[in-house]
Design a protein around this ligand. Structure first.
Ligand code: NAP
Length: 292
Protein backbone atom coordinates (compact mmCIF):
# COMPACT_ATOMS: atom_id res chain seq x y z
CA UNK A 1 0.00 0.00 0.00
CA UNK A 2 1.36 3.42 -0.98
CA UNK A 3 0.42 6.59 0.82
CA UNK A 4 0.67 9.02 -2.08
CA UNK A 5 1.03 8.70 -5.82
CA UNK A 6 2.53 11.74 -7.51
CA UNK A 7 1.24 11.52 -11.08
CA UNK A 8 2.96 13.62 -13.74
CA UNK A 9 0.89 13.50 -16.93
CA UNK A 10 -2.80 12.96 -16.16
CA UNK A 11 -3.68 11.44 -19.54
CA UNK A 12 -4.77 8.02 -20.78
CA UNK A 13 -1.88 5.98 -19.35
CA UNK A 14 -1.30 7.92 -16.14
CA UNK A 15 -5.02 8.26 -15.44
CA UNK A 16 -5.56 4.53 -15.98
CA UNK A 17 -2.73 3.71 -13.57
CA UNK A 18 -4.22 6.00 -10.89
CA UNK A 19 -7.68 4.48 -11.34
CA UNK A 20 -6.29 0.92 -11.21
CA UNK A 21 -4.39 1.65 -7.98
CA UNK A 22 -7.45 3.26 -6.43
CA UNK A 23 -9.68 0.36 -7.43
CA UNK A 24 -7.23 -2.15 -5.93
CA UNK A 25 -6.93 0.03 -2.81
CA UNK A 26 -3.17 0.26 -3.29
CA UNK A 27 -2.90 4.00 -2.76
CA UNK A 28 -4.44 6.41 -0.30
CA UNK A 29 -4.16 9.63 -2.27
CA UNK A 30 -3.24 10.73 -5.79
CA UNK A 31 -1.81 14.18 -6.48
CA UNK A 32 -1.56 15.03 -10.17
CA UNK A 33 0.13 17.52 -12.45
CA UNK A 34 -0.23 18.00 -16.21
CA UNK A 35 1.11 20.61 -18.59
CA UNK A 36 -2.28 22.34 -18.98
CA UNK A 37 -4.12 23.23 -15.76
CA UNK A 38 -7.39 22.36 -17.57
CA UNK A 39 -6.22 18.73 -17.96
CA UNK A 40 -5.34 18.45 -14.28
CA UNK A 41 -8.70 19.98 -13.30
CA UNK A 42 -10.51 17.57 -15.60
CA UNK A 43 -8.65 14.63 -14.01
CA UNK A 44 -9.78 15.83 -10.59
CA UNK A 45 -13.39 16.22 -11.73
CA UNK A 46 -13.32 12.65 -13.05
CA UNK A 47 -11.98 11.36 -9.70
CA UNK A 48 -8.73 10.17 -11.30
CA UNK A 49 -6.68 12.37 -8.97
CA UNK A 50 -7.62 13.66 -5.52
CA UNK A 51 -5.70 16.91 -5.70
CA UNK A 52 -4.22 19.04 -8.47
CA UNK A 53 -0.67 20.36 -8.01
CA UNK A 54 0.53 23.55 -9.69
CA UNK A 55 3.94 22.01 -10.57
CA UNK A 56 5.54 18.62 -11.08
CA UNK A 57 7.71 19.17 -8.00
CA UNK A 58 4.69 19.86 -5.80
CA UNK A 59 2.92 16.78 -7.18
CA UNK A 60 5.77 14.54 -6.00
CA UNK A 61 6.50 16.15 -2.65
CA UNK A 62 5.37 13.76 0.05
CA UNK A 63 4.80 10.98 -2.50
CA UNK A 64 6.22 7.49 -1.91
CA UNK A 65 5.30 6.51 -5.49
CA UNK A 66 5.75 8.62 -8.64
CA UNK A 67 4.55 7.83 -12.16
CA UNK A 68 5.80 9.84 -15.14
CA UNK A 69 3.24 9.43 -17.95
CA UNK A 70 4.17 12.19 -20.40
CA UNK A 71 5.28 12.05 -24.07
CA UNK A 72 8.81 10.59 -24.04
CA UNK A 73 10.45 13.81 -25.30
CA UNK A 74 9.20 15.59 -22.14
CA UNK A 75 10.92 13.05 -19.87
CA UNK A 76 14.22 14.79 -19.12
CA UNK A 77 12.66 18.13 -18.15
CA UNK A 78 10.17 16.25 -15.98
CA UNK A 79 12.86 14.20 -14.18
CA UNK A 80 14.90 17.36 -13.58
CA UNK A 81 11.85 19.21 -12.25
CA UNK A 82 11.05 16.54 -9.65
CA UNK A 83 14.62 15.66 -8.57
CA UNK A 84 14.61 17.63 -5.32
CA UNK A 85 11.31 16.03 -4.28
CA UNK A 86 12.62 12.44 -4.67
CA UNK A 87 14.38 10.44 -1.97
CA UNK A 88 16.06 7.04 -2.09
CA UNK A 89 12.82 5.52 -0.76
CA UNK A 90 10.58 6.98 -3.49
CA UNK A 91 9.71 4.50 -6.22
CA UNK A 92 9.71 6.36 -9.56
CA UNK A 93 8.41 4.74 -12.75
CA UNK A 94 7.42 5.79 -16.25
CA UNK A 95 5.22 4.23 -18.95
CA UNK A 96 7.11 5.42 -22.03
CA UNK A 97 7.02 3.38 -25.22
CA UNK A 98 10.80 3.71 -25.67
CA UNK A 99 13.32 2.87 -22.98
CA UNK A 100 16.98 3.69 -23.82
CA UNK A 101 16.23 7.38 -24.36
CA UNK A 102 14.02 7.67 -21.26
CA UNK A 103 16.70 5.95 -19.14
CA UNK A 104 19.34 8.42 -20.35
CA UNK A 105 16.89 11.28 -19.67
CA UNK A 106 16.36 9.94 -16.13
CA UNK A 107 20.12 9.54 -15.56
CA UNK A 108 20.66 13.21 -16.48
CA UNK A 109 17.49 14.53 -14.85
CA UNK A 110 17.43 12.56 -11.59
CA UNK A 111 21.21 12.48 -11.06
CA UNK A 112 21.84 11.09 -7.52
CA UNK A 113 18.28 9.73 -7.35
CA UNK A 114 18.60 7.74 -10.60
CA UNK A 115 18.64 4.45 -8.64
CA UNK A 116 15.03 5.10 -7.58
CA UNK A 117 13.83 4.92 -11.19
CA UNK A 118 12.38 1.66 -12.51
CA UNK A 119 11.72 2.06 -16.26
CA UNK A 120 8.42 0.46 -17.31
CA UNK A 121 6.46 0.02 -20.53
CA UNK A 122 2.95 -1.37 -20.24
CA UNK A 123 1.95 -3.13 -23.48
CA UNK A 124 -1.51 -1.66 -23.34
CA UNK A 125 -3.16 1.43 -24.64
CA UNK A 126 -5.73 2.92 -26.96
CA UNK A 127 -5.69 5.08 -30.04
CA UNK A 128 -7.58 7.70 -28.02
CA UNK A 129 -5.43 9.78 -25.72
CA UNK A 130 -6.58 11.94 -22.82
CA UNK A 131 -7.82 11.39 -19.31
CA UNK A 132 -11.43 11.01 -20.46
CA UNK A 133 -10.40 7.63 -21.91
CA UNK A 134 -8.63 6.47 -18.73
CA UNK A 135 -9.76 3.04 -17.62
CA UNK A 136 -9.08 1.19 -14.35
CA UNK A 137 -8.94 -2.10 -16.30
CA UNK A 138 -6.46 -0.95 -18.98
CA UNK A 139 -3.53 -2.93 -17.54
CA UNK A 140 -5.40 -6.05 -16.41
CA UNK A 141 -4.14 -9.11 -18.27
CA UNK A 142 -1.52 -7.09 -20.20
CA UNK A 143 2.24 -7.39 -20.20
CA UNK A 144 4.44 -4.77 -18.57
CA UNK A 145 8.10 -4.70 -19.51
CA UNK A 146 10.54 -3.47 -16.86
CA UNK A 147 14.01 -2.48 -18.11
CA UNK A 148 16.13 -1.83 -15.01
CA UNK A 149 19.85 -1.07 -15.31
CA UNK A 150 22.80 -2.04 -13.04
CA UNK A 151 22.25 0.87 -10.65
CA UNK A 152 18.47 0.47 -10.26
CA UNK A 153 17.73 -0.36 -6.61
CA UNK A 154 16.80 -4.02 -6.33
CA UNK A 155 14.11 -3.36 -3.71
CA UNK A 156 12.45 -0.88 -6.07
CA UNK A 157 12.45 -3.38 -8.94
CA UNK A 158 10.71 -5.89 -6.68
CA UNK A 159 8.17 -3.32 -5.47
CA UNK A 160 7.48 -2.23 -9.05
CA UNK A 161 6.91 -5.84 -10.14
CA UNK A 162 4.60 -6.50 -7.18
CA UNK A 163 2.62 -3.34 -7.88
CA UNK A 164 2.03 -4.04 -11.57
CA UNK A 165 1.09 -7.65 -10.72
CA UNK A 166 -1.38 -6.40 -8.12
CA UNK A 167 -3.29 -4.48 -10.83
CA UNK A 168 -3.42 -7.58 -13.01
CA UNK A 169 -0.43 -7.12 -15.31
CA UNK A 170 2.16 -9.75 -16.22
CA UNK A 171 5.65 -8.49 -15.59
CA UNK A 172 8.62 -9.19 -17.87
CA UNK A 173 12.15 -7.88 -17.45
CA UNK A 174 14.56 -7.18 -20.30
CA UNK A 175 17.40 -4.85 -21.19
CA UNK A 176 16.48 -1.43 -22.60
CA UNK A 177 18.28 -2.31 -25.85
CA UNK A 178 16.39 -5.59 -26.28
CA UNK A 179 13.14 -3.75 -25.55
CA UNK A 180 13.81 -1.02 -28.12
CA UNK A 181 14.77 -3.40 -30.91
CA UNK A 182 11.77 -5.67 -30.28
CA UNK A 183 9.27 -2.81 -30.13
CA UNK A 184 10.75 -1.16 -33.22
CA UNK A 185 9.78 -4.37 -35.03
CA UNK A 186 6.34 -5.08 -33.54
CA UNK A 187 5.04 -1.61 -32.69
CA UNK A 188 6.99 1.38 -33.95
CA UNK A 189 7.52 0.30 -37.59
CA UNK A 190 3.89 -0.90 -37.93
CA UNK A 191 2.75 2.57 -36.82
CA UNK A 192 5.15 4.26 -39.27
CA UNK A 193 3.83 2.05 -42.09
CA UNK A 194 0.22 2.75 -41.11
CA UNK A 195 0.87 6.51 -41.21
CA UNK A 196 2.68 6.18 -44.57
CA UNK A 197 -0.10 4.02 -45.96
CA UNK A 198 -2.79 6.58 -45.07
CA UNK A 199 -0.65 9.41 -46.48
CA UNK A 200 -0.10 7.44 -49.69
CA UNK A 201 -3.83 7.09 -50.25
CA UNK A 202 -4.65 10.65 -49.19
CA UNK A 203 -2.12 12.09 -51.66
CA UNK A 204 -3.88 10.54 -54.67
CA UNK A 205 -6.53 12.56 -56.58
CA UNK A 206 -9.08 9.78 -56.02
CA UNK A 207 -7.90 8.99 -52.49
CA UNK A 208 -11.06 10.18 -50.77
CA UNK A 209 -13.25 8.05 -53.05
CA UNK A 210 -11.05 4.99 -52.43
CA UNK A 211 -11.40 5.49 -48.69
CA UNK A 212 -15.20 5.59 -48.99
CA UNK A 213 -15.09 2.11 -50.54
CA UNK A 214 -12.79 0.55 -47.94
CA UNK A 215 -14.06 -2.31 -45.79
CA UNK A 216 -13.16 -4.28 -42.66
CA UNK A 217 -9.73 -5.38 -43.92
CA UNK A 218 -8.73 -1.76 -44.40
CA UNK A 219 -10.21 -0.84 -41.02
CA UNK A 220 -8.18 -3.54 -39.25
CA UNK A 221 -5.00 -2.87 -41.21
CA UNK A 222 -5.05 0.90 -40.53
CA UNK A 223 -6.47 1.01 -36.99
CA UNK A 224 -3.19 2.14 -35.46
CA UNK A 225 -2.85 5.06 -37.90
CA UNK A 226 -5.31 6.91 -35.62
CA UNK A 227 -2.64 7.12 -32.88
CA UNK A 228 -1.79 10.36 -31.12
CA UNK A 229 0.53 12.55 -33.30
CA UNK A 230 2.65 13.93 -30.44
CA UNK A 231 3.18 10.56 -28.87
CA UNK A 232 4.14 8.87 -32.13
CA UNK A 233 6.37 11.71 -33.32
CA UNK A 234 8.33 11.34 -30.08
CA UNK A 235 8.49 7.54 -30.18
CA UNK A 236 9.67 7.39 -33.82
CA UNK A 237 12.37 9.99 -33.22
CA UNK A 238 13.48 8.50 -29.90
CA UNK A 239 13.93 5.00 -31.35
CA UNK A 240 14.84 6.06 -34.87
CA UNK A 241 17.94 3.88 -35.25
CA UNK A 242 16.07 0.67 -34.52
CA UNK A 243 12.98 1.74 -36.49
CA UNK A 244 15.10 2.59 -39.55
CA UNK A 245 16.80 -0.82 -39.32
CA UNK A 246 13.39 -2.48 -39.26
CA UNK A 247 12.26 -0.30 -42.20
CA UNK A 248 15.19 -1.66 -44.24
CA UNK A 249 14.15 -5.19 -43.47
CA UNK A 250 10.55 -4.39 -44.46
CA UNK A 251 11.75 -2.78 -47.71
CA UNK A 252 13.71 -5.92 -48.62
CA UNK A 253 10.61 -8.05 -48.04
CA UNK A 254 8.43 -5.69 -50.11
CA UNK A 255 11.03 -5.55 -52.91
CA UNK A 256 11.11 -9.36 -53.01
CA UNK A 257 7.31 -9.59 -53.33
CA UNK A 258 7.25 -6.89 -56.02
CA UNK A 259 9.95 -8.70 -57.98
CA UNK A 260 7.87 -11.90 -57.92
CA UNK A 261 4.84 -9.98 -59.21
CA UNK A 262 6.83 -8.26 -61.94
CA UNK A 263 8.21 -11.62 -63.05
CA UNK A 264 4.73 -13.16 -62.95
CA UNK A 265 6.22 -15.85 -60.70
CA UNK A 266 2.98 -17.21 -59.25
CA UNK A 267 4.49 -20.15 -57.37
CA UNK A 268 7.13 -17.98 -55.62
CA UNK A 269 4.42 -15.45 -54.78
CA UNK A 270 2.13 -18.13 -53.40
CA UNK A 271 4.97 -19.65 -51.33
CA UNK A 272 5.85 -16.25 -49.89
CA UNK A 273 2.21 -15.52 -49.02
CA UNK A 274 1.78 -19.01 -47.54
CA UNK A 275 4.83 -18.52 -45.31
CA UNK A 276 3.55 -15.15 -44.06
CA UNK A 277 -0.02 -16.37 -43.69
CA UNK A 278 1.10 -19.47 -41.74
CA UNK A 279 3.23 -17.39 -39.42
CA UNK A 280 0.36 -14.98 -38.77
CA UNK A 281 -2.12 -17.83 -38.14
CA UNK A 282 0.21 -19.45 -35.62
CA UNK A 283 1.07 -16.22 -33.85
CA UNK A 284 -0.42 -15.91 -30.40
CA UNK A 285 -0.42 -12.60 -28.67
CA UNK A 286 1.40 -12.32 -25.32
CA UNK A 287 -1.03 -10.76 -22.90
CA UNK A 288 -1.23 -7.38 -24.58
CA UNK A 289 -3.96 -6.77 -27.10
CA UNK A 290 -2.70 -3.52 -28.58
CA UNK A 291 0.69 -2.45 -29.77
CA UNK A 292 2.05 -0.17 -27.12
P1 NAP B 1 -1.97 11.40 -23.20
O1 NAP B 1 -3.28 10.77 -22.93
O2 NAP B 1 -1.87 12.49 -24.22
O3 NAP B 1 -1.38 11.95 -21.83
C1 NAP B 1 -0.17 12.62 -21.74
C2 NAP B 1 -0.29 13.60 -20.60
O4 NAP B 1 1.00 14.20 -20.39
C3 NAP B 1 -1.28 14.73 -20.84
O5 NAP B 1 -2.06 14.89 -19.69
C4 NAP B 1 -0.38 15.95 -21.03
O6 NAP B 1 -0.93 17.13 -20.51
C5 NAP B 1 0.80 15.58 -20.19
N1 NAP B 1 2.02 16.29 -20.55
C6 NAP B 1 2.55 16.50 -21.77
N2 NAP B 1 3.71 17.16 -21.67
C7 NAP B 1 3.90 17.36 -20.34
C8 NAP B 1 4.91 18.01 -19.58
N3 NAP B 1 5.96 18.57 -20.17
N4 NAP B 1 4.77 18.04 -18.23
C9 NAP B 1 3.70 17.49 -17.62
N5 NAP B 1 2.70 16.87 -18.29
C10 NAP B 1 2.82 16.81 -19.63
O7 NAP B 1 -0.88 10.31 -23.64
P2 NAP B 1 -0.73 8.79 -23.16
O8 NAP B 1 -1.31 7.92 -24.20
O9 NAP B 1 -1.18 8.68 -21.76
O10 NAP B 1 0.86 8.62 -23.28
C11 NAP B 1 1.71 8.87 -22.19
C12 NAP B 1 2.95 8.01 -22.32
O11 NAP B 1 2.55 6.65 -22.40
C13 NAP B 1 3.80 8.27 -23.55
O12 NAP B 1 5.16 8.36 -23.17
C14 NAP B 1 3.61 7.05 -24.42
O13 NAP B 1 4.81 6.71 -25.12
C15 NAP B 1 3.26 5.98 -23.39
N6 NAP B 1 2.44 4.88 -23.90
C16 NAP B 1 1.27 5.15 -24.55
C17 NAP B 1 0.49 4.09 -25.04
C18 NAP B 1 -0.82 4.34 -25.75
O14 NAP B 1 -1.35 3.42 -26.41
N7 NAP B 1 -1.38 5.52 -25.69
C19 NAP B 1 0.91 2.76 -24.83
C20 NAP B 1 2.09 2.52 -24.13
C21 NAP B 1 2.85 3.59 -23.67
P3 NAP B 1 -1.81 18.16 -21.39
O15 NAP B 1 -3.13 17.50 -21.56
O16 NAP B 1 -1.84 19.34 -20.53
O17 NAP B 1 -1.06 18.35 -22.68
Amino acid sequence: MFEQLGLIGCGLMGGSFALALKRAKLVERVVGYSKSPSTTEHAQQLGVIDAAAPSALLAVSGADLVLIAVPVAASEATFAAIRSGISAETLVMDVGSTKSDVIEAARRGLQAQFGSFVPAHPIAGKERSGVEHADAALYAGRQVVLTPVETTRLGHIQRAATLWSAIGAQVLTMTPQAHDSAFAAVSHLPHLLAFAFMSGIASQPDGQRFLELAGPGFRDFTRIAAGDPTMWRDVLLANREQVLLQAQSFRRALDALEAMMQAGDSSALEDAIAAASGMRSQWKMGSGSTLG
